[in-house]
Structure formats: C-alpha cells, structure tokens
Design a protein around this ligand. Structure first.
Ligand code: C2E
Ligand code: CA
Ligand code: CA
Length: 727
C-alpha cells in the first residue's frame, strides 16, 4: 500500500508541475495573442479609416480632371484643383508630366488593399442618392466612380507611409519614433526648400506658427497633429493618364497616446497575469514542498516516516546502486514498548521513541537511512560488507539503546534482510531497481518475529528457511479447521510403567496428524503454531474429548484402565473457567474423573500464579490429578512447587540425555525425586531409553517411567493390547 502511495506521490508531483507549466504557457500565449491581435486590428482600422477619406478626396479631384478632359476646360479645372491646396501631378503612360503643382516627392509604388474598412469607397460612390457621388458643373451632372486601380506611392522625403507585403498601407512606426525622439524641439531645423504652405500643411500648432519644424512632419505639442505624407495614384482617361495626389495620414499625438495607453494597458494586463502565474507557481511549489514534508514527517519522532523510507530508499538504491555497496534492511523493535506506555504514559513512551530514533540516527553513516514505521518499529537501510560485522554493529547499537534511559533497562530486537544478495525466489539475479523495499522490510520483520517469543534483545537474519517456515505456517493454518472437523487428528497413547514392577500405571495422550497431502505430521511441527495462534485451546478440547470417550469405552468393555494424562497448554490456562470446561467435557463422556490427569507445562508456572493455583485447586476438587510437565527443562520452578497443590512431577527428558548423564545428573534426579516425595508428589521420568536409567530410577523410588525403553506413543488399538497385559 505504502509503495503504491509513494508511486502515486511521484506521479502527482510530476503531473502537478506539468499542469502548472502548461497552464502558464497557454495563458502567456493567450495574452501575447491578445495584445498582438488587438494592436494590429486597432492599428489597421486606424490607418485605413484615415486613408479612406484621403482616397475619396483625391478620387474627387481625379474625376474633376477627367470631366474637364471631355469639355476641354483643363485650365479652369487646374485652378479649381489648385484651390484644394493639394499637391498633385498628372502624367501620361510614358511618365511625361502633363501638369503638376507643389513639391513632387514621389517614391515607390504599390497597389493597396483596404482590408478592415467595411464600407468600401467604391460602394459609397455607387449610391446614386449620396450627394458626394456626383459633381454638378454648369448644367451637367457628372457621376463620380471610384477608380479601384488606386495605387500608393511613398513620399521620398518623408517615407513613413508605405505599402507592405500584404498590400496594406502601413506606417514605419519605428522610424517615426526614432525621428521624433532624435529631434528635440530646440534642435529643430527648417528645411530651406519648404514653403510656408508646406510647413503649415505638415505641421500645425505652435511650431508651425513659429515656422519651426522637426523634419516638417511632426508637431510636438501634445494636442498637435502629425501628418504623414504619401501619394495616391488613380488612372484616368481610360488608363491613358495617371492622376497622383498627395495625401496624408493625419492623427493627433493624443490618438497615439490613446493607442499607446491601450497597448500599455494590455501589456500591463499580460504582465499582471504573468506575475499572478509566477506567484501561483512559486506558492504551489512551496505548498508542494510543505505537503511532501508533512507527508514524509513522522509526528512522533519528528523524523522520517515509512513513506519517506520507501520513497527515498528506492532512490538510494538506484542512485548508489553500484556494485561496490551492499545494503541491508533492518527492522528494529523496542520490545515491551506498550508496557512502558502503560506504566508511564503514551507521551513518555513517544518521548522515548524519539530518543531511540535520534540515537540510532547518530550511528548512521552517509547514504544510510532511518525511519519510524509505527509504534515500536523502526526501519533502517544500512550499508554492510560482511554480515558478521553488520551483526556486531547492530548489537553495539542495541547495547547502547538498552541503557538509553537511566532508570530502565530496555530490550531491542533487530531483524535483518540482506539485499546485497541480488536473487529472487527462483534464484534469478534481480536488478537493483527492481528491488522492492517493502518486501525486504517485510523479510526483516519476519526475521525479527523469530525473536518475538523472548523479551530479550537480539539480532536475527532473514534466510530462505524463514520463507519455508512461513509457508509451512500458512499451510497448517489453512488446514487446521478442516482437520479438526474431519478427525484428521489422532490420539496416540504412550504408556507409563512402574520401573520396579514393570506394570502399566498410566499413559499420556499425544496428538498425531494424519493428512492426505502432508502425510503423518509429528506434533512438534504444528503444536507451536497452534500455541501461537491460539488454536491450541480447540486441540486441547479435542484431545480431552477423545481420551474421555476412549476411557469410557474401555471401561464399558471391562478393561482395567489406568489414568491417562492430557496436555493442556499454557495459553489455555489463562481462562478462568478452565476447570469447569474440563469437568464438563469429561462428564459429557461419562468418564470417572480419576481416569483423567491434566498435564501442565512448567513454563505455565510463570504466569498469573493466583489464577493457576485456583484452577489447579478446582481441578483437584473435581477429582482430576494434575501434573507438572517438563520439570527441569526451563528455569527452576522449585519455588512454585511449594505453593502448587500438584499430584505428579514429570522429570524432563533432558535429564536422561547426553551430557546430563553421569554422577552429577544422577544427583540432581535423585534430589528431585526426594523433593517430590517430601511434597507428597508422585514422579514420572520422561524420555527414558536405556535399562541403566530404568534401574537407577527404580532404585531412587521413581514411581513411573514414560519412555521408549518401555513403549513409544502408539495408536489406541495397540494401547488396548497393552492394557490387556495388566494383571
Ligand atoms: P511432551 O508433553 O513432553 O510429550 C512427550 C514427548 O516426548 C512426546 O513427543 C513423546 O513422543 C516423546 N518421548 C517420550 N519418550 C521418549 C523417549 O524415550 N525418547 C524420545 N526421543 N522421545 C520420547 P511428541 O509426541 O512428539 O510430542 C511433543 C510435544 O508436543 C509434547 O511434549 C507436547 O508438548 C506437545 N503435544 C503433544 N500432544 C499434545 C496435545 O495433545 N496437546 C498439547 N497441548 N500438546 C501436545
Ligand atoms: Ca506432556
Ligand atoms: Ca514432557
């Protein structure tokens, strides 16, 4: 889960930044498009609307001239046209000047297309009701048709207006701007060739009055007008002649100001958007960092958490994944952390966790990691060269951790998974980038769990056997219920004999599991699993039930029965009504209580003593014998013996094996038998295999022997035969 979480986080991180950057680019492109679009539409509308009116005027003059051709009244017309005050020139096809007036400064030509003016000049002239579309001369009324072959010439002197590649009239704004700024009013030079009219025409306002001009085109007062000259050419007289009139694009400086303000506003808007976006991106980035920090911070230790461990760990392995360093994942557990919290407080407990985290952190080298996973669990990623050295390193860290608090001695357990061995379960070499840290940590935890039975500190390494063990545990756990329901568990009986008389005195019921798939399974392979899982209580009931039923059946058949002892596990003994449960099960079978004995393992005597005594007392009241199993196998429980009203002491098989033989062993056994006798208890020696032992035990007054010397555990049919042998 966490691994998926970390992958998701990486994805969020990536997508998030991409989305923001993409959004940013889109918004910026939109803003630029907006400025450019608005600007150019505004400009061409502005220019064309001005060109259009000039075109009309020049067209009017050209038509006047055309009409005069028919009536041969050119001289009058020239006068009339002159009165318009416009410079013009009339040329024939070969360029010979027919007539001109004013300063002729014709430049390059180009045909114009007016794209943004909705009402074309031609349409306007086609309308018969429009007063401008006809000229009355004398009695005659002449139509004025717009000649759509209009061409534009640049002015060679002030070439600010020109026809661009798209056949539109355009203004060289840059040049204009440069000329204006380069010609401050004090440095104004008057063109000597310029007439007063020219100056008046070109420049209005104050400068014109003082006859000062920049280059003759621009008036620098704020309310002044700028006149940009160009020439409009219209073909007349069926294309044989050309009428060219000087025209101007006029605009007030204030117009430019508005335009400039408009553009500035747009630019400001774009800039504002830009700033907002930048702020957004930065705050987003900061937030992202904060969120990630929060996501990776452990609230208890203020250090790193599991998410971080997975996320960074994978980077670690990939980045420094050279063959030179090998890594190990370690699970360190603060044993009995819960107890500490109960005795003190959770707050104190968490303080201790932080101390532990910080302390381990101090021991880390470069490129090593620690994270607090949960409760008492820490995850480490450590470099190692040699597993033995790693073990020693961990042991020395644990040694210090044990004494981390002056008032307590703690214990810590570590599980280690060496990921330096780059092989998967099929023995195939794994590339480091395919290593799954979660799996490795889980292995480390599994290794650690092998220490969980004890409370002491320790270090355990994960190996393949642990995987096998885990698989076996899963198999057993999966099949346990089916097994109990289908009576796959069988009761074997191991007889107990009196060594001095060789007579059968009792038996112990021992479980066996016969499974189709797994075959014959000895108890050592499944009882510890059931003890851990708690399923053992059901097994105990099952065994008791079957033994009680068997005994009852044998009694009914007239066998001379001896008491059979049944193992009751330690886990079961914490149930306060255990004695009643046992009584009820035996009563259900109708077996007299004296034929059932209850075996309690020695380790159970370390639990709640009072409860234990209460249960034993009750069992005895009901008439069951109670024995202490495996006496001498664990810590000495001599002290418990005096308080427990037990009937039988079972000497552990260890007394009769290997090194324990010999004088010293015999002394211990004989003393144990004496002690039992003095406490009014019978003794059973377990695991006795050789005659010498039998003889020795007989000489010491041991009451019974349960061992291979006399008999191995056997099916009930065989046990029946043994019972028949009783005289
Ligand atoms: P335990 O209660 O100490 O049982 C005695 C074990 O010693 C038996 O092992 C028995 O077969 C073995 N044994 C007896 N005499 C000799 C001998 O001379 N030599 C050797 N080598 N072994 C001898 P088993 O049957 O494998 O049982 C092992 C343990 O499993 C038992 O130890 C007991 O703790 C547990 N167990 C068996 N059946 C049950 C049961 O029904 N309920 C519970 N709770 N535990 C059971
Ligand atoms: Ca036993
Ligand atoms: Ca035993």
């Amino acid at each position: 889960m966490a691994r998926k979480g970390s992958k998701k986080l990486r994805r969020i991180k990536k997508t998030h930044s991409w989305v923001v950057i993409l959004l940013f680019l889109i918004v910026q492109a939109m803003a630029a498009g907006l400025i450019f679009g608005f600007g150019s539409v505004f400009l061409s509308y502005f220019v064309e609307s001005r060109v259009e009116s000039e075109l009309q005027s020049v067209s009017y003059l050209a038509r006047l001239y055309e009409i005069s051709l028919e009536d041969e009244k050119q001289e009058d017309v020239y006068k009339l046209i002159d009165e318009s005050g416009r410079d013009y020139i009339i040329r024939d096809e070969s360029g010979n000047v027919i007539h001109d007036k004013g300063n002729i400064t014709l430049g390059d030509t180009g045909k114009i297309v007016l794209s943004n003016v909705s009402l074309s000049v031609a349409e306007q002239y086609d309308d018969p009701n429009d007063p401008v579309d006809s000229i009355i001369m004398g009695d005659e009324r002449y139509e004025i048709g717009f000649n759509d072959n209009a061409k534009v010439y640049e002015d060679t002197e002030y070439d600010y207006v020109y026809v661009n590649d798209a056949n539109e009239i355009d203004i060289r704004f840059k040049k204009l701007y440069n000329d204006i700024t380069k010609s401050p009013i004090s440095n104004v030079e008057i063109d000597e060739n310029m007439s007063k009219e020219d100056i008046d025409r070109l420049v209005t306002g104050k400068i014109a009055e003082t006859k000062e001009s920049t280059k003759g085109i621009i008036a620098l007062e704020a309310d002044s007008t700028v006149h940009l000259p160009y020439w409009v050419s219209l073909s007349v007289n069926d294309g044989k002649e050309e009428f060219i009139g000087k025209a101007y694009i006029n605009f007030a400086i204030t117009d430019l100001g508005f335009f400039a303000i408009f553009i500035i506003l747009l630019v400001l808007l774009a800039f504002l958007i830009f700033v907002i976006m930048i702020v957004f991106i930065i705050s987003n980035f900061i937030n992202q960092r904060k969120t990630i920090k929060l996501l990776f911070t452990d609230i208890v230790t203020n250090g790193h958490n599991w998410m971080w461990f997975l996320y960074r760990g994978e980077h670690f392995l990939r980045r420094w994944g050279s063959a030179r360093s090998t890594y190990a994942v370690v699970n360190i557990v603060f044993v009995k952390y819960r107890n500490y919290c109960v005795c003190h407080s959770i707050e104190q407990g968490e303080k201790m966790l932080k101390k532990v985290y910080d302390h381990i952190g101090k021991h880390l080298e470069k490129k090593e990691m620690i994270a607090h996973v949960s409760n008492s669990n820490f995850a480490l990623l450590l470099k190692y060269e040699d597993p033995d050295k790693l073990k020693m390193r961990l042991q020395s860290i644990i040694l210090e951790l044990e004494k981390i608090d002056a008032d307590h001695v703690f214990s810590f357990q570590a599980g280690v998974d060496l990921i330096g061995v780059w092989k998967n379960e099929n023995g195939r070499v794994i590339r480091r980038k395919d290593i799954d840290l979660e799996v490795e940590y889980n292995n480390a935890c599994t290794a650690r769990a092998t220490l969980a039975d004890k409370d002491e500190s320790g270090v355990a390494f994960f190996d393949d056997k642990l995987i096998e063990d885990q698989k076996w545990i899963d198999k057993v756990t999966e099949r346990q219920r089916y097994a109990i329901e289908h009576e796959e568990f069988m009761v074997y009986y191991q007889p107990k004999y009196d060594p001095s008389t060789n007579k059968l005195r009792g038996a112990e019921a021992l479980i066996r599991w016969q499974n189709e798939e797994m075959g014959f399974v000895p108890p050592g392979r499944f009882i510890p699993i059931f003890e851990k899982s708690g399923f053992i209580t059901e097994i105990d009931h099952y065994m008791l039930e079957h033994v009680a039923r068997d005994q009852k059946a044998w009694l009914d058949k007239g066998f001379e029965c001896v008491p059979v002892s049944v193992n009751v596990s330690r886990a079961h003994f914490i149930e306060s009504d255990l004695a009643e449960q046992i009584r009820d099960i035996v009563d259900k079978a109708g077996t007299p209580h004296k034929y059932i004995e209850i075996e309690l393992t020695e380790s159970a005597f370390f639990d709640d003593k009072k409860a234990l005594i209460a249960t034993i007392t009750k069992l005895k009241e009901y008439g069951f014998a109670v024995s202490m199993d495996d006496f001498g196998s664990g810590y000495s429980s001599l002290n418990s013996l005096k308080d427990m009203p037990l009937d039988v002491l079972k000497l552990d098989a260890e007394f009769f094996r290997g090194d324990s033989q010999g004088d010293r062993g015999e002394i211990v056994v004989s003393e144990a038998i004496k002690l039992a006798k003095s406490l009014n208890m019978r003794t059973v020696a377990e695991g006795v295999e050789v005659k010498e032992q039998v003889d020795f035990l007989a000489s010491q007054g041991c009451d019974m022997i349960q061992g291979y010397y006399f008999a191995k555990p056997m099916p009930k049919e065989d046990y029946e035969q043994r019972m028949k042998g009783i005289e």
